[in-house]
Design a protein around this ligand. Sequence first.
Ligand code: HMG
Ligand code: MG
Length: 312
Amino acid sequence: MFEALPTSIQVFEVGPRDGLQNESAMVATADKIKLIQAIAEAGLKQIEITSFVSPKWIPQLADGATLAKELHLPPALGVQTSALVPNLKGYESAVQADLKQINLFMSASQSHSKKNINKTIEQALAAMAEVATVAKADGKRVRCYLSTVFACPYEGKIAADSVSAIVEKLLAMDIDEISLGDTIGAATPKEVFQMVKSLAKDVSLSALALHFHDTRGTALANVVAGLEAGVTIFDSSLGGLGGCPYAPGASGNLATEDLVFMLHGMGIKTGIDLEKLVDAGLLAQKILGKKLPGRYLMARLAEREQSMKATA
Ligand code: HMG
Ligand code: MG
């Protein structure tokens, strides 16, 4: 173990989308922009800023078009912004917003697929193909999330064979990156390792990302299993915000600070400034008016408070 770890990895920040889609409070567009700016200042290069889905399904992100128009990140930061897109209508909004990358999504379980996008897996694959064809012709980079790859809140364990069959079909669409989602945070490290190793027979590891929710506390252990299996892209969310409103029990994503702290401790570079990330987490807490579940964030803020008291 730990003999062939990568020297650097890419962190894909999903907080402004996966995090805020699950908040009951409506966050003002201006506050979302400040949050994205703070995340970008911390050195995140991939930020999913919103989703272009039906506002009836996800009212929290109904301001996606305005947000994308008003967000101006300094080009020197080199950030690739992207948005979640379920269909051609969403794709058109992403084009209007001049996004260079779109993130499609579908599920490996029929029940979650129906609940989340009102489509069977077969209908979802057709929708993905429709958007991917247009997007690739337009020169966009296309990522696709595959949700519930380990377990579904309605069906329980998902067979690895059905996951690889879908992955194969997504690859045939010339999709650049597939993010495997443990939507309800039920995976354990050995399953992750085996799933990645088995997919790696057909997929280049550089095209695979892992997306963990920390519902049952296994997210970081699963990252280590993913690293061991050769994955170099990991999704996470500022402060551990997050969840899927159509997956009961899906609590927060793996917290970005926890991920970065662990990786830096293991000598793996991320290009992220952890102290600035904590500043962004503090800002998120102020905006949302509550404490976030990220463990490193909690610990570091307590240390900061302690040292302020000591110097007062
Ligand atoms: P539907 O009701 O079957 O769609 O929803 P429809 O085509 O019949 O359209 C219904 C209405 O929605 C129409 O408006 C459309 O114009 C509108 P109306 O005529 O009633 O006024 N509409 C749209 N509006 C804006 N943008 C669009 C769009 N498409 C249709 N793109 C649909 C189907 C896919 C739209 C819906 O089910 C939906 O929006 N679902 C999104 C659910 C969602 O965002 N879930 C959370 C994200 S997934 C997740 O969190 C997992 C992930 O993090 C990975 C993991 O953790 O595993 C990615
Ligand atoms: Mg998610």
